[in-house]
Design a protein around this ligand. Structure first.
Ligand code: SF4
Length: 244
């Protein structure tokens, strides 16, 4: 069945599933004829394992895109492999920056110091946009409690030509923690070391007790955003912590 106009689909999906739980929204998203071909984009960060587990229960062969910016903590790379194995994820695709573009624009790996937006574009946005080309939409772990533009985050939204699905939109931080405890899910090892939000190593610092969990991302820089969000095919900024 051909997919309806994206904006109409978003409206109809939000209406149909507005009273559903996170798991039910994800389950319907994976089966509703109006969602098309979906992928989960995951950072395998501090809270990612909850949604990864939910996906593994419903469809462990759903494509999972993991952006290896080549600036990640070694612990994240190890954790990614451990979680994929533990949850029996059957189709994890590791995305890398384009080799030629990397050589041309960040040969020394220092672009994050002078132009973090350019670095995120090179290492995150561009590889992700390429990989998303074969899909009709993507699933994210974004939640309303993360604040900023996400305070009114819906379950379904349009992102350029793609459908974006946010099954955990209504979850609180406690919901995430409870889910991880109840399902005995492995934690990212850096959480216990003071990193409640984990991105690239050069752009992530520890967070002191009482600080905003995202305070360690791009600390002392004006940048607070990852930049992986598209409107009309163009990148626009979103706050950090979007699961990427
Ligand atoms: S988070 Fe930092 S190192 Fe990672 S891609 Fe963005 S600017 Fe570069």
């Amino acid at each position: 069945m051909p997919l309806d106009n994206l904006s109409d689909r978003v409206t109809s999906l939000n209406e149909a599933y507005k009273h559903h739980s996170a798991r039910a929204v994800l389950e319907r998203a994976l089966t509703d004829s109006q969602t098309g071909k979906l992928t989960l984009v995951s950072s395998f960060g501090a809270e990612s394992v909850a949604l990864l587990h939910m996906v593994s229960v419903l469809d462990r062969n759903l494509p999972v895109l993991f952006l290896d910016t080549e600036m990640l903590f070694a612990e994240t790379l190890t954790y990614q492999m451990e979680v994929a194995e533990r949850l029996h994820l059957g189709d994890v695709r590791v995305l890398h920056p384009d080799r030629d573009a990397l050589l041309a624009r960040d040969n020394e790996g220092l672009l994050h110091l002078s132009d973090p937006d350019g670095c995120c574009a090179l290492r995150k946005t561009e590889p992700l946009m390429r990989a998303l080309g074969e899909f009709d939409g993507w699933i994210t772990g974004r939640k309303q409690y993360q604040g900023g533009q996400r305070k009114a985050l819906p379950f379904f939204e349009a992102d350029g030509d793609l459908l974006k699905v946010n099954p955990l939109a209504h979850w609180t931080r406690d919901d995430v923690q409870d889910y991880m405890v109840e399902n005995r899910l492995p934690r990212h090892p850096l959480v216990a070391q003071g990193y409640p939000s984990i991105g690239c190593a050069p752009c992530t610092t520890k967070v002191a007790p009482g600080e905003d969990p995202r305070a360690g991302r791009w600390r002392n820089r004006e940048k607070t955003e990852c930049g992986i969000h598209f409107v009309d095919g163009k990148m626009v900024r979103i706050p950090a912590g979007a699961g990427l």
